[in-house]
Design a protein around this ligand. Sequence first.
Ligand code: HEC
Length: 170
Amino acid sequence: MRHLLANIVTYSIALLLFIGAVLFARMRSSQYTLTYQSAVLAAYEPTPGGEFRWRQIGAETYTRNCRSCHSADGRGWDEYPGVEGADSIARTAEGRARLIDIHIHGLATDGSPVPMPGMGHLHDVEVAAVLNHIVEEFGTGGSVETFTPEEVRRRRAGGNDSGPGTHPAK
Ligand code: HEC
């Protein structure tokens, strides 16, 4: 009887430790990816011809994933460049593709002592939203066509030609 009780206690403790470890791992991994659950993001997916409501997701994605390097006002700091130029880059088709690629693959040019890490874990909705955010929030003004999740998806699907200076796709 003593043995049985001792076994039950031991196995219960082991089970609790295991559950704790699983919960901790889940928590850490959601912090690590810094992204929303797909179900949440799917709600922001525009319907065909519908409007893309990117503002909140764009601002939050910037805060979570970009601000530490490019700073709250988008002007960068230390070795990290500002992103004010994004709106002029976003005016040409090549520029738009480049901006999307920078997010999917990262960027390592000779002009910068530090690389930008790839953000391939971000969902298409987040990439499109954060690009609209930096264009509107930090740009010099003027009209730039809205980035859509569809535009990012197309680039992700077909865009292995990630251009000079970028990391290869993971
Ligand atoms: C760990 C730091 C870091 C993070 C986080 C980061 N970047 Fe960068 N980013 C850089 C660096 C460094 C460069 C320049 C790399 C180079 O030129 O080789 C860069 C370049 C850029 C450029 C290109 C600027 C230009 O004119 O060529 C854009 C746009 C940009 N980042 C946007 C973002 C956005 C949006 C996010 C968040 C989703 C982000 N970055 C997250 C470090 C970072």
